[in-house]
Design a protein around this ligand. Structure first.
Ligand code: NCD
Length: 311
């Protein structure tokens, strides 16, 4: 069991709790590989996916995760919800509360939206990405994928490359990795770096080529065009020349190093087609892990029973 009602900031979770989520996700991964991928664990529970910002894989992944555990899953998207008509998030929350939702996954442009919602509902809240703040289930599925591929997290040199300043993926991934004993380093152009890149307690660099040969994991990010707020951007051509993974950089990586990306990829910008489709890329493993990890999070938060789950 987790000692939390919600999953909003990964910082609030201990090493033991993160490990429990990852270990439980392994059992769910086995369920996902079965022909009949359905468990009765969350039968009768209602999960609401409140997505106020576009999403494909995260929303679908939560939906599949809930359905595989027999929960009733309802999707609210920005275009179809009353927030479009001017309703506040608090009022939307109270409406969902009156419908006895058990767990709400919320994605919003607004940093802090999941915390605000948590004050207005009885349901468990899972942060599905809030502005450029956090995306905790992404960090958990990334950690799961690294553990599956490389066996452990401790001591690994993990380079996170690109738009560090506007990425909520970094906001959860770096604290999780530091907690779990990995050695993350954030890498990107000065204009896409936070003003104090070392504040997470990790290393940072402006030059990918200096650090690439020492990395065990090369984690590429998309430039968050929708969140740049006028920040000066190097031309995409220059960005790709300095920070994109192409044939030459593939060759400069450690032989066993892997390439990760949260998706969606901008092919030809942060990854060449060759890099995205190479044996080193574990991007679809990340998507696969996403379902198992979200099942694990919902299961542990809702305290489901063990029926059908391998021990
Ligand atoms: C990320 C997101 O939305 O924060 N994608 C995702 O959830 N898989 C990263 C991104 O959009 O670049």
């Amino acid at each position: 069991m987790l000692h939390h009602k919600h999953l909003i900031d990964i910082d609030e979770y201990s090493v033991e709790e993160i490990t429990e989520i990852l270990d439980t996700a392994r059992s769910f991964k086995e369920v996902n590989d079965r022909t009949i991928k359905k468990l009765p664990t969350l039968r009768g529970r209602t999960v609401i996916n409140l997505f106020l910002e576009p999403s494909t894989r995260t929303r679908t992944s939560f939906e599949i995760a809930g359905k595989r555990m027999s929960a009733d899953v309802i999707n609210f998207s920005a275009s179809s919800s009353s927030t479009k008509k001017g309703e506040t998030l608090a009022d939307t929350g109270e409406t969902l509360n009156a419908m006895n939702a058990d767990l709400i996954v919320v994605r919003s442009k607004q940093e802090g939206a999941p915390r605000l919602l948590a004050r207005h509902v009885d349901a468990h809240i899972v942060n599905g990405g809030d502005g450029k703040h956090q995306h905790p289930t992404q960090a958990l599925l990334d950690a799961f994928t690294i553990r599956e591929r490389l066996g452990h997290l401790e001591g690994l040199r993990i380079g996170i490359v690109g738009d560090i300043a506007h990425s909520r993926v970094v906001g959860s991934l770096v604290p999780l990795l530091v907690k779990m004993g990995a050695k993350p380093i954030v890498i990107g152009p000065p204009t896409l770096m936070p003003s104090e890149p070392g504040w997470w307690g990790c290393d940072w660099s402006y030059t990918l080529d200096d650090v690439l040969p020492e990395l065990d994991v090369v984690y590429m990010l998309r430039i968050q065009m929708e969140r740049l707020d006028g920040a000066p951007l190097p031309s995409l051509r220059e960005y790709t020349m300095l920070y994109g993974i192409d044939t030459a950089r593939l060759a400069a990586m450690k032989p066993e190093a892997i390439i990760m990306h949260p998706g969606p990829i901008n092919r030809g910008v942060e990854l060449s087609a060759e890099a995205a489709d190479s044996e080193r890329a574990v991007i679809l493993d990340q998507v696969n892990a996403g379902v198992a990890v979200r099942m694990s999070v919902m299961y542990l938060l809702l305290g489901g029973d063990n029926s059908g789950l391998a021990s």
